[in-house]
Design a protein around this ligand. Sequence first.
Ligand SMILES: Nc1nc2c(c(=O)[nH]1)N[C@H]1C(S)=C(S)[C@@H](COP(=O)(O)OP(=O)(O)OC[C@H]3O[C@@H](n4cnc5c(=O)[nH]c(N)nc54)[C@H](O)[C@@H]3O)O[C@H]1N2
Ligand SMILES: Nc1nc2c(c(=O)[nH]1)N[C@H]1C(S)=C(S)[C@@H](COP(=O)(O)OP(=O)(O)OC[C@H]3O[C@@H](n4cnc5c(=O)[nH]c(N)nc54)[C@H](O)[C@@H]3O)O[C@H]1N2
Ligand code: SF4
Ligand SMILES: [Mo]
Length: 707
Amino acid sequence: MSASAGGTVDTHCPYCALQCGMGLRPAAGDGGVPDVVERDFPVNKGALCGKGRTAPAVLSPQARLTGPLVRNRASGLLEPAPWADALDRVAEGLLRVRAAHGPDAVGVFGGGGLTNEKAYALGKFARVVLRTSQIDYNGRFCMSSAAAAHSRAFGLDRGLPFPLADIPRTGCVILVGSNLAETMPPALRYFTELKENGGRLIVVDPRRTRTAEHADLHLQPRPGTDLALALGLLHLVVAEGRVDEEFVAERTTGWPEARAAAMTLWPELVERITGVPVPMLREAVEMFCGVPEAMVLTARGPEQQSKGTDTVSAWINLCLATGRAGRPLSGYGCLTGQGNGQGGREHGQKADQLPGYRRLDDPAARAHVAGVWGVDPDDLPGPGRSAYELLDALGRDVRGLLLMGSNPVVSAPRAAHVTERIAALDFLAVCDVVLSETAAMADVVLPVTQWAEETGTTTNLEGRVLLRRRAVDPPEGVRSDLYVLNGLAARLGREKGFPADPEEVFDELRRASAGGPADYSGITYRRIEAEDGVFWPCPEPAAGRAAAHPGTPRLFLDRFATPDGRARFVPVLHRPAAEEPDGDFPLYLTTGRVLAQYQSGAQTRRVAELNAAAPGPFVQLHPRLAERIGVADGDPVAVTSRRGRAVAPARVDRAIRPDTVFMPFHWAGEGRANTLTNPALDPTSRMPEFKVCAVRVERAEPRAVDV
Ligand SMILES: Nc1nc2c(c(=O)[nH]1)N[C@H]1C(S)=C(S)[C@@H](COP(=O)(O)OP(=O)(O)OC[C@H]3O[C@@H](n4cnc5c(=O)[nH]c(N)nc54)[C@H](O)[C@@H]3O)O[C@H]1N2
Ligand SMILES: Nc1nc2c(c(=O)[nH]1)N[C@H]1C(S)=C(S)[C@@H](COP(=O)(O)OP(=O)(O)OC[C@H]3O[C@@H](n4cnc5c(=O)[nH]c(N)nc54)[C@H](O)[C@@H]3O)O[C@H]1N2
Ligand code: SF4
Ligand SMILES: [Mo]
């Protein structure tokens, strides 16, 4: 398919999990970027944030890679090379590592921004062609704690169990650690409508964010104390006789143990741990329980902690005890992050996973997927290392890496160490659209097509499977990720099974997912287009049954996805962060995002309008702290943790707690937040503790020469 001459093509934004619908009108002349036009799509109703509106700027040849680069062994420099040579060099590099050290010495690192087709093909490529267990992806850094807590409570993991359109019609929402006014701005409308309808909004965030400004009640806890906070609310629910005994008896198991765990924390102790006053805890319980329907939504704040899984379980327990799950307009949900954060965790690029959200250690799942792939189930490797553990093993157990869709030099925790590990690899190949900080370290860089230049599906935070359509032609020297996998598979002895055509891949994905928890078998490109997306699970009707499955916008209304149909309480206890402030490092550092930059910044730092709005890193700190260390707004501040030191200008601001500093993580270099962060992992989800570590903050001397 080529660009439809002059016509507008309906597609979706390349960035976050909202996956806003937009139209693209190809530019008239050569070399121009297409125009974004408004499109009435149910999720965003025509609205876009500045990132989505300016996304076409990255399609310009000036902003991105336009041909493969191969490192010259003599000069050490990356030089242009023909595609065939570049792919030969990757195949040769990976084979050499495998021959010397075995299949598990070759690693694969994927991304939650990849389409379902790419994520599926990448997982299959690792298991079938490379036969390595060592594959994981950046989604591990994103929603893995919520995913683990979801699965253990409900037997299924989908970000939201209901469409966003349900939010304005509920009575109360507790929004925990989400700054969606900056991270998915068009979604803010659902919360302002909630309030217009008389519903209440409670925001839990250590900072008074643009989102918290919309709240009826803002709880501002110390970073890393959400678990205690949720237990405290549950304690009050019990003490005030607000448990929905009928729901608990009929639809759940495990309440006595969860109740006992919550009773270990009484409100005054919760106040001491979290810093949230008891009257505010009581007010939150009153707002949440005083209405017939209510929701709890979490995002990265409570999840990116070394106890993220237990923390989410504590919030789910609160929902279950009050009967706010498995009923219309009530429930727990996680706001996923990346464009395909949901689908990217369903189709096999995760270390323990097979397509359709099947488990790699389940013999029946292995047999089904091996059948679709035409291989012996015994030949499929077992589960591998999680993302940080994989990065930490580079240059040691894992000596060759194929990386697709992530920029860990900027985004991984303890980034200086991770960068050293990447440098210690025998061989690195990176597929990217731009020369990211990580791509710049590669032996081979393969330039790939982007969102508007290729067709593929993504699954948004609601579990709605969407079709991103190709609207423009890519530059000449650029190929798709699927083409890369096809070319590498052929060079590694697999001529068949890795088509470069996305719809062919999707048809195989449908079969591989059939019967699994995330069943896509009844979804087709045509249906997605006709229905503004289809919610999974959507099985294909049995042969002979005429009616198509309608898809599942709302989950759990009749039963939860556990064997007995009941939701499971998980008893959880509060514990401190892996690293708490002490005499040497007396403050909390927390990290996150700003409106105008996306993730590691690889794409958005190439857009002039976004750079003008958010030109560089900063350290947000309270005026009292600023005064104590003698820093005025804009002065350079050094932030030091046990991992390293970062320097960025001060942003003096009452919106943050005086015991906490905040840094956005979108930049490389001196102001890189991840130089500081703690890679302590959650024992269940293996999520690193991006949201809490201990630091020291002082005035830095301005650099003599500013370069
Ligand atoms: N502009 C922009 N939008 C994005 C992205 C982006 O990079 N830029 N990335 C996308 C992706 S992949 C993701 S995952 C989402 C993330 O979306 P969000 O989760 O909304 O983003 P964050 O800024 O990481 O964190 C949210 C809030 O958590 C708060 N927080 C910090 N520590 C704690 C804590 O201990 N407890 C609680 N309760 N809150 C805490 C922070 O102050 C912050 O305001 O955004 C998506 N959208
Ligand atoms: N301190 C701190 N660190 C964090 C977080 C935090 O809150 N605090 N959040 C974490 C979270 S939630 C996330 S999701 C990660 C994200 O961090 P990263 O994994 O680094 O995510 P991106 O910056 O989106 O990197 C995606 C890369 O893939 C490229 N790319 C985009 N589309 C494609 C494609 O289709 N194919 C290929 N081959 N490449 C493509 C982009 O150009 C970019 O270089 O960061 C994590 N790191
Ligand atoms: S909110 Fe997310 S999906 Fe929508 S335009 Fe912005 S970045 Fe794109
Ligand atoms: Mo994310």
